[in-house]
Ligand binder design. Structure first.
Ligand SMILES: [Zn+2]
Ligand SMILES: [Zn+2]
Length: 304
């Protein structure tokens, strides 16, 4: 069994808050930590409503430096300071984030009593935990922009106690060695890992991708292949494809095409433009290409 990944869509809109939607922002809960993808204006209140603890956030991943993705940062940093946070906050994002963030903090006349560490993102793995990793992938927008891939580490096989006992291998360090793939020796007899490991019970870790803002672009497809949940921007309906190209965004139908192409298991449309009041239409368009598609709503939760 995995530890369980829970997603909370704190914001699902584009550009500016509307009555129904806050701008794009996703919280991911895993193994006692919350990870935040983008930090939109209003995300603090959304977190309170959704029960996402700010103090459990150690890493924030910013896609790009457009206002709708970063304006929540100063407030978020200030509130953590007020709560006497005494451990660092890591903010990952494209080049230029450090300067912009210090300017935002200064503008807010804030005193920050803990460390805010800005990490410039690059393609590939940018964070490695005991049982997960986060990698960044370049997107195609009108400013430098990264998508992020959260990958839970899986298990190639499951150790079978009963098999080991039957073979007479004593419990302890030898079991550990075998489960790590080493051959061991007991009273002159050799035992191979496959004698105690059941590969049919191996488990792939869960994969969640956060892809916004971008137009569909081949170079990021490989990184998001077979995502359990693909959150992909779908700013416009297909009728506004021209506008999507001009502004370097995707349409709902294109998001569906990407999900189908990379064999995602589920697609959540995010970064929905305020002009599309009827999100059913966006969902329908995506479903023309990929059946398991949903237009995300603010505060929607997904457990996987
Ligand atoms: Zn945006
Ligand atoms: Zn943007």
């Amino acid at each position: 069994m995995g530890l369980g990944v829970k997603l909370t869509f704190l914001g699902s809109g584009a550009s500016a808050p509307t009555k129904e939607r806050m701008p794009s922002c996703l919280a991911l809960n895993f193994d006692g930590q919350n990870f935040l993808f983008d930090c939109a204006e209003g995300c603090q209140r959304q977190m309170l409503v959704a029960g996402v603890s700010q103090l459990k956030i150690q890493h924030v991943f910013i896609t790009h430096l457009h206002a709708d993705h970063v304006l929540g940062l100063p407030g978020f940093i200030a509130t953590n300071s007020m709560h006497l946070r005494d451990y660092p906050l890591y903010v990952h994002g494209p080049r230029g984030l450090r300067e912009r963030l210090s300017a935002l903090i200064e503008t807010g006349l804030m005193r920050v009593n803990y460390e805010v560490i800005v990490k410039e993102a690059h393609e590939g793995t940018i964070l490695e935990g005991k049982n997960y990793s986060v990698s960044a992938v370049k997107l195609r927008h009108d400013v430098p922009c990264y998508g992020y891939v959260f990958q839970e580490k899986g298990k190639a096989a499951e150790f079978q106690r009963a098999w080991a006992e039957k073979l007479g291998i004593p419990e302890g360090p030898l079991w550990r060695k075998l489960s790590e793939g080493e051959t061991v020796e007991v009273e002159g007899k050799k035992f191979k890992p496959e004698q105690v490991l059941d590969y049919s019970k191996g488990r792939k870790g869960k994969k969640v991708c956060y892809i916004t803002d971008t137009e569909p672009w081949e170079p990021y497809f490989e990184a998001i292949r077979e995502a359990d949940v693909l959150c992909h921007e779908a700013t416009f309906l297909d009728a506004l494809k021209g506008r999507a190209r001009e502004t370097k965004h995707s349409t709902a139908r294109e998001a569906g095409l990407v999900a189908e192409h990379v064999k995602a298991k589920a697609l959540y449309l995010i970064h929905l433009s305020a002009r599309h009041k009827e999100t059913q239409q966006l969902e329908n368009e995506a479903r023309m290409e990929f059946a398991n598609a949903f237009a995300a709503k603010d505060l929607d939760e997904v457990e996987l």
